[in-house]
Design a protein around this ligand. Structure first.
Ligand SMILES: *Cc1c(COP(=O)(O)O)cnc(C)c1O
Length: 445
């Protein structure tokens, strides 16, 4: 099985030949448990041998519908043809120089693309890194250097990564923070806008957050406000209209750098290249990663030239940052989003998900909320007749779906959200089959 070729040539079908996980997967996962640190978990303990568009094939020969894309990474599909070609070519040319020792054009071309595509009609600069957390860390470094201030405001339900600073910025204790402290100082958390639970308008929620910032932190101590335009791990929470513009307006008026963390929501995922475009905001800095390079590790900070250029030479970088292989993959990935019209595909995926779960919500009041944008959609599950989070149902549905060959991810501070993050290249037929499995799993639980 190990020489299976992935990409779009893989049959786009749900096909189970064993139970999940099958015997060969179980053997390999037993080796994982003996060799890999226990803290490195597995949402679905199978061993994958190939992936392409809507499917993952495991070592037992099962073909599963993939509604996660890693975690919102392979938006162009796994082993997308342009990405495969660009990576193979780059690997044969050179694999590494360290950009800050001897530069190469691929990195510069990615920076040019980011400067062009990210929101904001002003002169921009970019810097490339390896992971989303590393991009967030660097955005904070840059904002502090530029403003000569220290404070950072983050929000309830935020997720920004697993390094020390970004753990401290992340809201949820288990599993991200528990026992891993102490965390970095000068990080302040304020309420977000969570329309399903707070019932506030965007303006009202912003007033709560901004009052707390003014009373507890003070603009004169504050370097940056950072927020995900749609919160990811925290539960796919889309803020009420007007919340983000009010934050931005306050930040601009008070000499505070406004940063959007688009690590999960960026790169065509929501039906626009960046989620900010739906929300009527223009960040001073934006962090990107996940969907940027078709599965290769790459991340970036992009933003206003005067802020980005404030850090001295040598202050930003890293051995592997902006790897030539990841940059080649990113250029091919961005071309694929544009040439294959994948933004429109994301919008269509939203329509289908809203249709399927909207119909179910009529008859099952445990579907508390259906929300998100594009191919970043979620359902929040509650107990019948209330808004009490239903984490038991959520994990039962994910397990039942996996048993039927559908990979879905859960999320949310209360563990009661099922999120849908298919590749934008998934076929409508396969998507509908996968969603029907989830609908049936909800009905059966
Ligand atoms: C995943 C994620 C991160 C962290 O990215 P890593 O590549 O896992 O370090 C940061 N911010 C958001 C919004 C994310 O979804």
């Amino acid at each position: 099985m190990v020489d299976v070729i992935g990409g779009p040539s893989l049959p786009q079908e749900r096909k189970l030949v064993t139970s999940i996980p099958g015997p060969k997967s179980q053997e390999i996962i037993a080796r994982k448990n003996a060799a890999v640190a226990a803290g490195v978990g597995a949402a679905l303990p199978i061993s994958v041998v190939a992936g392409g568009d809507g499917v993952l094939v495991d070592v037992d020969g099962n073909s599963l519908i993939d509604l996660g894309s890693g975690i919102a990474v392979t938006g162009v599909g796994n082993s997308a043809p342009r990405v495969v070609e660009a990576v193979q070519k780059q690997v044969a040319q050179f694999t590494h120089t360290c950009f800050t020792v001897t530069p190469y054009e691929g990195y510069i071309a990615v920076a040019e693309k980011l400067n062009e595509l990210t929101p904001g009609d002003f002169e921009k600069r970019s810097a490339l890194f390896n992971s989303g957390a590393e991009a967030v860390e660097n955005a904070i470094k840059i904002a502090r250097h530029y403003t000569k201030k220290n404070g950072v405001v983050v929000f309830d339900h935020a997720y920004h990564g697993r390094t020390n600073l970004t753990m401290g910025m992340t809201a949820k204790n288990i599993p991200y923070k528990d026992g891993f402290g102490p965390f970095a100082p000068e990080v302040y958390r304020v309420p977000t806008s969570y329309p399903f639970r707070d019932g506030l308008t965007g303006a009202e929620a912003a007033e709560v957050a901004l009052t707390q910032i003014e009373k507890q932190v003070g603009a004169s101590n504050l370097a940056a406000i950072i927020i995900e335009p749609i919160q990811g791990e925290g539960g796919f929470i889309a803020p009420a209209e007007g919340f983000l513009p009010a934050l931005q307006e306050w930040a601009t008026a008070n000499g505070v750098v406004f940063i959007l963390d688009e690590v999960q929501s960026g790169f065509a995922r929501t039906g626009q290249m960046f989620a900010a475009e739906h929300e009527g905001v223009t960040p001073d800095l934006v962090t990107t990663a996940k969907g940027i390079a078709g599965g290769l590790p790459l991340s970036a900070v992009t933003g206003r030239a005067e802020i980005m250029d404030s850090a001295h030479a040598g202050g930003l970088g890293g051995t592997y940052t902006g790897s030539p292989i990841a940059c080649a993959a990113a250029l091919a990935t961005i071309e694929t989003y544009q040439a294959d019209n994948l933004l429109a595909r994301a919008a269509r995926i939203q329509e289908i998900i809203e249709e399927v779960f909207g119909a179910l919500q009529q008859s099952d009041d445990r579907i508390g909320d259906i929300r998100g944008r594009g191919a970043m959609m979620a359902i929040e599950l509650v107990e019948s007749g209330s808004k009490k989070p239903n984490a038991t149902l959520t994990s039962a549905v994910a397990k039942a779906a996996a048993d039927q060959g559908v990979l879905v991810l859960t999320c949310g501070t209360y563990g009661n959200v099922i999120r849908f993050l298919p590749a934008l290249t998934i076929s409508e037929e396969l998507l509908r089959d996968g969603l029907q499995v989830v609908v049936d799993a909800i009905a059966a639980n």
